[in-house]
Write a protein that binds this ligand. Structure first.
Ligand code: ARG
Length: 455
């Protein structure tokens, strides 16, 4: 391509080292789409002739078709996908192909391609998130009245409904969608026409190509146009947060599937056995999602670090953006694809959850509230209940089975109705505060999420 300036070919090792086609080949379609818009603009502005433009458009269309049908193999000896397509076009249509790169550089070309590629991929991730939210909400609806212990510090804390617990994840995943929307909205401006860095002396129409490519406008500074990779970082941050949510969810699924908890059982189709221990049923999918979170975080840190010392404008370092962001996108998609059906087919062991809720004194707060509602200051009630819990532990009983006479020794405020007040069912059904764990509140949360999914 640059034979004019050079008297020697590139060293073979240097050539391989420099090449990005092995990974940027996946953007062939976006590269062609960008070139089609660019060629029409050049013709509209009288920069190339209408005949040349027609040849370019037909030629690019044929290349796209041939790549997709498998007739044309992408030549891995080319430096990158941009050079391959331009060279192939010129081989097919001659001089007209050599005119395509007028008023353009690979610097703005690659910046367009990645944006177009990530716009599609972000939409794919969003769709998978919606599918997962739907699966979570379906389980929440089925289990809205199932009682289990809610935990803080992984210590039994207060009774909650399983529907409530699941809907916490639905809310997180909804925010993940809106984070993607935010990132895409900022990304969706066209760098095309920034050229190498300084713009061009040709009378180009950047707004025209931007509109043709579905961008919301043009990037207003050409140096920024070719230098910016914040959109990759924003998406990678959003992907990292999605993975963090999936990883926390995975961790719970792994715990819940253990004999110690035995709260859920994953479907056979989403678990694996052991090669030696016949009794094993492992939550490999959840473990892998938790594990893959590390690489998505790592990719974000890698690109942040790559970019931090770069002077404006384009530097070859920036070619390192693609493997990182592609790996993150692929990983998030792969994780979401197994996660939704894994949740949908998960079996909930309501009896075990309930049994766990009966231990651990998780109705102690409600017993303190009982006294408070009868006039005792909360701190005093808190202290008395602490003493009662200690007594129960020493007597090997629970609050529900300690006789009323024992209660009365602490304060005359205790009456027989206390047992009703501290039953697990009451603890849950009375938590009607907005966002709380009662069935009615969970139903409202489910209705909200369903409405959001329709948007
Ligand atoms: N393969 C390059 C990349 O991915 C394309 C842009 C190259 N531009 C250049 N002036 N060397 O970043």
């Amino acid at each position: 391509m640059w034979a004019g300036r050079f008297s020697k070919a590139l060293d073979k090792k240097a050539d391989d080292f420099n090449s990005s086609i092995s990974f940027d080949c996946r953007m062939y379609k976006q590269d062609i789409t960008g070139s089609l818009a660019h060629a029409s603009m050049l013709a509209k502005q009288g920069i190339i002739s209408a005949e040349d433009c027609e040849k370019i458009i037909a030629g690019l269309g044929a290349i796209l078709e041939d790549i997709e049908s498998g007739k044309l193999e992408i030549d891995m000896n080319c430096e990158d996908i941009h050079m391959f397509i331009e060279a192939e076009l010129t081989a097919r249509i001659g001089d007209a192909g050599k005119r395509l790169h007028t008023a353009r550089s690979r610097n703005d070309q690659v910046a367009v391609d990645i944006r177009l590629y990530l716009r599609d991929k972000a939409a794919e991730v969003k769709e998978l998130l919606r599918e997962l939210i739907d699966a979570v909400t379906e389980q929440a609806e089925k289990n809205k009245a199932v009682i289990l212990p809610g935990y803080t510090h992984l210590q039994r804390a207060q009774p909650i409904t399983f529907g409530h617990h699941l809907m916490a994840y639905a809310m997180m995943l909804l925010r993940d969608i809106s984070r993607l929307d935010d990132a895409v909205a900022r990304m969706n401006y066209s760098p095309l026409g920034s050229c190498a860095l300084a713009g061009t002396t040709y009378n180009t129409d950047r707004a025209y190509t931007a509109e043709k490519l579905g961008f919301d406008g043009i990037m207003l500074n050409s140096i920024d146009g070719v230098s910016d990779r914040d959109f990759c970082l924003e998406l990678m941050s959003a992907f990292s947060i999605i993975m963090m949510h999936l990883s926390r969810f995975s961790e719970e699924i792994i715990l819940w599937s253990s004999w110690e908890f035995s709260f859920v059982e994953l479907d056979d189709s989403f678990t694996t056995g052991s090669s030696i221990m016949p009794q094993k049923k492992n939550s490999d999918m959840a473990e892998l999602v938790r594990g893959k979170t590390g690489r998505v975080y790592g990719n974000l840190m890698a690109l942040l670090t790559t970019l931090k010392g770069l002077p404006l404008a384009y530097n070859k370092d920036m070619q390192e953006d693609k493997e990182a962001i592609f790996d993150s996108v692929d990983t998030v998609i792969a994780c979401l694809e197994v996660f939704a059906p894994m949740i949908r087919t998960m079996r909930v062991k309501a009896d075990n959850m309930y049994r766990a809720a009966q231990g651990g004194f998780i109705n102690a707060t409600d017993l303190a509230d009982y006294l408070t509602k009868r006039g005792m200051p909360f701190r005093s009630a808190y202290k008395i209940v602490g003493q009662i819990v200690a007594e129960c532990i020493s007597k090997n009983c629970v609050l529900d089975t300690l006789p009323l006479e024992e209660y009365k020794k602490y304060t005359e405020l205790f009456e027989a109705d206390l047992f009703d007040e501290i039953s697990l069912e009451t603890c849950v059904s009375k938590r009607i505060s907005a966002g709380g764990t009662s069935v009615g509140s969970v139903e409202q949360q489910i209705a909200y999420v369903k409405k959001e999914l329709l948007k």
